[in-house]
Design a protein. Structure first.
Length: 95
């Protein structure tokens, strides 16, 4: 399963150029979660402590406007991700 996670990460542009050891360090941080249709992954305005990658299926991105109306602004499919903003200063361990 670890090798599969590394291969999936390698397909994501953010991680594509990492050295094998650095990619392995990121892969060790991965926690798989499964969601059913209609489940809420996170809500608008919540602090983002995680990066989410869609492994299979589709993720609908909704935004609530100032009148409280919920609108779809995007959809994400396999290999696409969100929440990476908090990882722009990711420090990987070195040996």
């Amino acid at each position: 399963m670890f090798r599969e996670i590394m291969e999936q990460l390698r397909q994501i542009p953010l991680f594509a150029k990492l050295k094998r050891d650095d990619l392995a360090a990121v892969a060790k941080l991965v926690k798989r979660e499964e969601y059913r249709p209609g489940d809420v992954v996170c809500r608008q305005g919540e602090a983002g402590d995680f990066m989410y990658v869609v492994e299979k299926g589709e993720l609908q991105i909704l935004q609530v406007d100032s009148q409280g109306v919920e609108r779809e602004v995007s959809r994400l499919g396999p290999g696409e991700y969100f929440g990476a903003v908090s990882y722009t200063h990711l420090t990987l361990p070195t040996n």
